[in-house]
Design a protein around this ligand. Structure first.
Ligand code: DQA
Length: 150
């Protein structure tokens, strides 16, 4: 039997992801953020892990949460949303976290507008998942579960 790590995974959702389910459903699907929370929690539980699931529309709050992960979480799953493409501050905060980091995008950002093709976060993430829909969160949890045990 595997020991359960004491620390939860930190799952961070950036701006406008509180609107999932009603926001551009043709791009992001119909699952709500509560649905994503439930699926992430369920997949983590399969690995004997818990999640600390959060969403904010505010860059500074996201940065404060990322800094918490330095001591309080086993790994980080982040969908930085539009801040992926603009925020060097979020990139720098993640670079200071010595934990496994997975970046998730619901949509395939590379098939969309040119301004979405570059993510500042990708250079500091260990894994990047884009285009798998909300299922990408479950895939990221699978990877993080293995990574936190290494
Ligand atoms: C997103 C992609 C971003 O370009 C966009 O700004 C989002 C969501 C995604 O999950 O596909 O808000 O991160």
């Amino acid at each position: 039997m595997t020991a359960t790590p004491a620390l939860p995974l930190l799952v961070i959702n950036g701006p406008n992801l509180n609107l999932l389910g009603t926001r551009e459903p043709e791009v992001y699907g119909t699952a709500t953020l509560d649905d994503v929370h439930a699926l992430t929690e369920a997949r983590a539980a399969e690995h004997g892990l818990t999640v600390d699931f959060r969403q904010s529309n505010h860059e500074g709050e996201l940065i404060d949460w990322i800094q918490e992960a330095r001591t309080s979480h086993a790994g980080v799953l982040i969908n930085p949303a539009a801040y992926s493409h603009t925020s060097i501050a979020i990139r720098d905060a993640l670079a200071a976290v010595d934990r496994p980091i997975a970046e998730v995008h619901i949509s395939n950002i590379h098939r969309r507008e040119a301004f979405r093709h570059h993510s500042h976060v990708s250079a500091v993430a260990d894994v990047v998942i884009a285009g798998a829909g909300v299922q990408g969160y479950a895939l990221a949890v699978d990877w993080l579960a293995a990574a936190v045990r290494r």
